[in-house]
Design a protein around this ligand. Structure first.
Ligand code: ASN
Length: 318
């Protein structure tokens, strides 16, 4: 019998209206239905709405998976959708296990007619136990789409089809006359594994906008060990930011607030991406700001200096 570890962490997939409370809260972990021939062992490291999940929770989840995965053929993590992509990417960066790990959740709760928890959980379990999932690192499964942890992102606040991210899913699971059919559109890749003992570094994100004069930059640079800026377009900023980045006491990574495409240092006007890179900033490649933050936190927690940080982001070594 295939053995599956089901790790429940909270989110809407575990939520119901709180009697006497203000709204939904995580209460009851979901149960896997539809796979009677699978031996399921359940873990519950925490029960949180995902806006309460921190990198320390991700680190604890990683330790649990590293410890337990060897006893299982697949691991499914149920998680709130708001920060699911951050936990998925943290696990992508830090998990060394070869056992497939799949994250899923739901957009509707168990008392709604459109409850999408059981279907997503079944899909996630079938993906995790499928031989073609071997060697792919942590994945996210939602609405039948299978996503890479590096690119997956929540693209809708309420739709059941809430996950996307350029360039889209790397696989698809459907249920045909012969049962589950899983297809991948890309081959597995090897990836480096980063293994910090603890997550000690503080990294903050600043969000750029037309007319930003750098408000908040100095304060953030004084209390953090690294900064990520969700910049404009290909990674450009208003001119007032250029001297701040030049003199920044901490590494600055430039991501984009645009929803797809790389950060590319092409513009040479003050604050243009080429001038920011010349001033020492590091382009985040295709990572969104909150994933770039996790990578920077992990690198800083491992003691990486500016050159090593720049190399990892530049080479896409993640
Ligand atoms: N659909 C969800 O799971 C959203 C919820 N707020 C959470 O992330 O915990």
């Amino acid at each position: 019998m295939p053995r599956l570890a089901l790790i429940n962490t909270g989110g809407t997939i575990a939520s119901r209206p709180d009697p006497g409370g203000a709204g939904l809260t995580p209460q009851t972990p979901p149960q896997l239905q539809g796979l009677p021939d699978v031996d399921v062992t359940t873990f519950q490291p925490f029960t949180l709405p995902s806006p309460h999940v921190t990198p320390q929770h991700m680190h604890a989840l990683r330790a649990l998976i590293e410890r337990e995965a060897q006893h299982f053929d697949g691991v499914v993590v149920t998680h709130g959708t708001d920060t699911l992509e951050e936990t998925a990417f943290f696990l992508h960066l830090t998990l060394g296990t070869h056992t497939p790990v799949v994250l899923t959740g739901s957009m509707r709760h168990a008392e709604e007619l459109s409850w999408d928890g059981p279907g997503n959980l079944l899909d996630a379990a079938q993906v995790a136990l499928h031989p073609a999932t071997q060697g792919r690192g942590p994945l996210a499964v939602f609405g039948g789409d299978v996503f890479d942890a590096r690119t997956v992102t929540k693209v809708h606040t309420t739709a059941v089809d809430a996950f996307g991210g350029y360039p889209g899913p790397i696989g698809r699971i459907d249920h045909g006359p012969h049962g589950a059919e899983l297809r991948y559109f890309a081959r597995p890749e090897t990836r480096p594994v980063f293994g910090p003992d603890t997550i000690t570094a503080r990294v903050e994100i600043l969000y750029a906008y037309a007319g930003w004069q750098g408000e908040g930059f100095a304060e953030a640079a004084a209390r953090a060990q690294g900064l990520v800026i969700a910049a404009l377009g290909t990674g450009n900023l208003p001119p007032e930011l250029l001297p701040l980045i030049q003199e920044s006491p901490v590494p600055v990574v430039i991501a984009t607030r645009t929803h797809a495409g790389p950060v590319l240092p092409v513009y040479g006007y003050a604050g243009g991406g080429a001038t920011l890179v010349r001033a020492g900033a590091v382009p985040a490649s295709f990572l969104n700001a909150h994933k770039a933050r996790l990578l920077l936190m992990i690198l800083l927690s491992l003691g990486a200096g500016r050159d090593e940080i720049a190399r990892v982001f530049r080479d896409g070594a993640f």
